[in-house]
Design a protein around this ligand. Sequence first.
Ligand code: ZN
Length: 212
Amino acid sequence: MIRLVKGIEPEILATNKGSWLRDLNTEMDTGLTVNKAPSSKKYNQPTVKNSLMAESNGKCIYCESKIKHVDHGEIEHIKPKSKYPQEIFTWENMGFVCAICNNKKNDRYDPSIPIINPYIEGPSDYLVVVGAAFFARPGSDRAQITIETVELNRVELVERRNDRIKQLHTLLEKANRLPETLKKAVWDEIRAFVSESSEYSAATNAFLNAFS
Ligand SMILES: [Zn+2]
């Protein structure tokens, strides 16, 4: 999980969110639940998803997996739709996530201990990455809730992060053994490897920092 910057609200959302919300409220007034109300799906537009995907470099905002390798990705509502229907069309409440994180989070959200929102706060203020695993900074209930809610240390993620760390270590070895004139190319590769557009950059950056 890394800090993200919210992009510009897509025009289709800016233009229509008011009328979509009025339609949704009308449907809910007839007794429909949010999930059954047809208007609750109107946020699900290709341009909205593409804009969210661009913000996170095609990665899940929670686990940093590159989604398009295996899945279409999903639009996540940080404050869940069922509990916060008035924020269904709020741009700042949306993010791009993998199906696994979305499924694990579901409608879990406790406003007294909210899950970390990477768009408004730095995850590293709450979480520490040691090797391939995330730990809560001592005393941070929000970090603990975040780790548990989306299972940030689920086995598949730890394995993938370990693979990335091993690849990074190989690159560091290579850079160290090369003559000075050839080091630069490998260091360019290392910087790209740990950049925010690469998978699991929280873990690879923490690893790199441990050696510098
Ligand atoms: Zn994920």
